[in-house]
Write a protein that binds this ligand. Structure first.
Ligand SMILES: Nc1ncnc2c1ncn2[C@@H]1O[C@H](COP(=O)(O)OP(=O)(O)OP(=O)(O)O)[C@@H](O)[C@H]1O
Ligand SMILES: [Mg+2]
Length: 227
């Protein structure tokens, strides 16, 4: 739970910054409410899971009914972020191979200690993550879940080297790209943006994560929108 900054330190600058992300997402979509948000990045370790969990908590704290889906079927760790031992081992991969998934849905959706926030963990690591994510079943499942939640956040793998995030972007109303200060090069970021645009994803913006607090006078600008 130590990474759930929004719950633990709601007044911290990181929590404030993530609240701003939520506010901007809501203001940017007054006409058509954004329901599904994909969080991805260029390479591993830039903070997708950290941002997804904290953003999901922020939406939940604002009284929206939230579902966080760990779609990183290779190395997802949302169950760790929310407290190992708290969750059953059944997750997205198990749901996607269950013929009776609709009837069994409650088995796969687990509540968290954050009220209004449910989670679908990754489940057993499958041999064929990409096949599962691009299946018609995944599309139908998300369509069904859309009716049950105000917002659904997908914690995805990185775009670089894998098609999973691009496939998932088809199911997302908008995409947030996480970049890590001093690590993600502009070239990498450009490639990620292009790859997503090629599959017609709507990019909400880039979150520049892990900005050193020493530069805090610029901190409020750490996050921006494209338009
Ligand atoms: N803003 C932040 N402040 C402090 N620590 C952070 C921040 N963002 C991420 N971290 C830490 O960096 C590590 C990597 O973050 P995270 O797992 O969210 O990255 P990821 O992009 O999901 O990685 P992967 O590609 O492996 O899924 C974690 O230990 C996380 O706690
Ligand atoms: Mg991750």
């Amino acid at each position: 739970m130590k990474e759930l900054i929004v719950s633990r330190y709601p007044k911290s600058s990181v929590a404030e910054a993530i609240k701003t992300v939520r506010t901007n997402l809501r203001f940017s979509s007054v006409n058509k409410k954004i329901k599904t948000i994909l969080v991805t990045s260029s390479i591993a370790g830039e903070g997708k899971s950290f941002i997804s969990a904290n953003l999901a908590t922020t939406f939940a704290t604002s009284k929206e009914k939230v579902l966080l889906i760990d779609c990183d079927l290779r190395r997802g760790r949302q169950q760790e972020l929310f407290g190992n031992g708290y969750f059953s081992s059944l997750g997205l991969s198990n749901l996607l191979i269950d013929d009776n998934w609709k009837r069994n849905l409650k088995k796969y959706i687990q509540s968290t200690e954050v009220s209004n926030l449910d989670i679908i963990t990754v489940g057993s690591v499958p041999p064929n993550p990409t096949v599962l994510l691009e299946s018609k079943k995944m599309e139908i499942v998300i369509e069904e879940l859309r009716n049950k939640y105000d917002v659904i956040i997908f914690d995805a793998p990185p775009v670089g080297g894998l098609t999973d995030a691009l496939i998932l972007s088809r199911l997302a109303d908008t995409v947030l790209i996480v970049a890590m200060a001093k690590k993600t090069t502009l070239e990498l970021l450009e490639n990620t943006k292009k790859a997503l645009e090629n599959v017609n994803a709507v990019i909400a913006g880039v979150i520049l994560n892990r900005v050193e607090m020493k530069t805090s006078k610029y901190y409020k600008n750490y996050y921006y929108y494209q338009d």
